[in-house]
Design a protein around this ligand. Structure first.
Ligand code: TXA
Ligand code: MG
Length: 347
């Protein structure tokens, strides 16, 4: 067990002296969890191998899964990436700070421990002000994966990191709920045409409006190729609560009937069922129902929290409605499918 220092910091009224206590921990090669606009991150000095190893240990994460390096000024990219294409510069201008991660060929200064053995490095400049101030005070690039135990849903609320990571890291900054609630869009910029390796809140359409054609890693859509995924993280069990998740697809009324029938059968077996759905459909379901919101942005921001809430209720089986694949919907369905282990029930 590590002794964990925990503070609450208000993003709109940042206490710099409090942040400095945590940037000092980072400078000493220790781990600190901090809020970002996507999900909470588990940070350490990206240039210090022994510090980065502590991240993998705290998460129980396979070490071939590379980390995203977080910066607080755009020009820090120059010291980490070997070359920066014109398209990458355009994307930086348009979407940084924010939920976009770009992959570049790495400079030698970035240890292979950080890049998961690859010759590339993932870089992102977050918009969350606590994250940026922490990075600025540490005067370091900060490697940070999502701050969950490997395989679990990513933390989007302060209480998630407090309950899951206290004792596993040196510091935790609690800074409210994450705005987007899903991890950043990851885009490979090492080839001429950018390729989305992980969908997120910045959509393909948004990227294309700035740099023209953008490809999508084919393994994102189907289960078949997932082991060949170019973002190594995409191949592991992911986003999984204790309960077994199923996605139920079909016409709206059929989905409702099917889920309620399955709940009835589960009740007979003594299994507790939960349902996650759009708010407007909450009234249709029996069992423990959590509304994710009224639109896709709200669904994205509440999805991981709902899965974690289901664990608190000791739910055995979780049914989810399917959501539109438009815009941020593709990121939602990507996380939901992985969380369900691709188990889909046709209504
Ligand atoms: O929003 C986010 O991106 C959050 C916050 C904390 O910034 N971070 C995050 O990190 O989601 P993580 O480690 O949970 O996910 C990083 C993803 C993984 O799928 C990983 O395989 C991929 O990015 N990745 C990192 N470096 C890569 C590289 N050099 N080449 C290809 N994929 C890479
Ligand atoms: Mg993660």
């Amino acid at each position: 067990m590590i002794n964990t220092k925990i503070s609450e910091i208000d993003e709109l009224n940042i206490d710099i002296n409090e942040i400095k206590k945590y940037s000092e921990l980072l400078a000493q090669g220790k781990t600190v969890i901090f809020p970002t606009e996507t999900v909470y991150g588990l940070g350490a000095n990206a240039l210090d191998e022994s510090a980065v190893k502590k991240i993998y240990e705290a998460k129980g994460r396979p070490s071939d899964n590379p980390l995203i390096v977080h910066i607080c000024e755009k020009n820090q990219v120059e010291s980490l990436a070997l070359s920066i294409s014109e398209k990458a510069r355009l994307l930086m201008e348009n979407f940084w700070p924010g939920p976009l991660t770009m992959i570049f060929k790495k400079r030698d200064i970035v240890p292979l421990t950080t890049s998961g053995g690859l010759d590339t490095v993932a870089i992102r400049m977050p918009s969350n002000l606590i994250a940026r101030e922490l990075i600025r005070q540490s005067e370091l690039p900060i490697a940070a994966p999502s701050a969950n135990i490997s395989g679990r849903p990513s933390p989007t609320r302060g209480e998630h990191v407090r309950s899951e990571m206290d004792g596993r890291v040196s510091g935790i900054i609690i800074g409210g709920d994450c705005d987007y609630g899903l991890e950043s869009t990851v885009v490979d910029m090492t080839e001429d045409t950018p390729m989305i390796l992980r969908p997120g809140s910045i959509t393909k359409e948004q990227l294309e409006s700035v740099v023209g054609k953008v490809l999508v890693d084919p393994s994102i859509e189907g289960k078949a190729d997932i082991k060949k995924a170019k973002a190594p993280g995409m191949k592991y069990k992911h986003y999984s609560p204790n309960g077994d998740v199923f996605i139920v697809m079909g016409k709206e009324n059929d989905v409702v009937d099917k889920i309620n029938l399955l709940i009835l059968e589960n009740n007979k077996k003594g299994l507790k069922s939960g349902v996650i759905c759009l708010n407007e459909n909450k009234k249709n379901y029996d069992g423990h129902v959590i509304g994710l919101g009224e639109n896709l942005e709200q669904v994205a921001s509440n999805l991981f929290n709902a899965l974690i809430e289901m664990d608190k209720l000791s739910i055995d089986i979780i049914y989810s409605e399917a959501f539109s694949n438009e815009g941020v919907g593709s990121a939602i369905m990507n996380r939901l499918m992985k969380s369900a282990g691709y188990k889909v029930i046709d209504a």
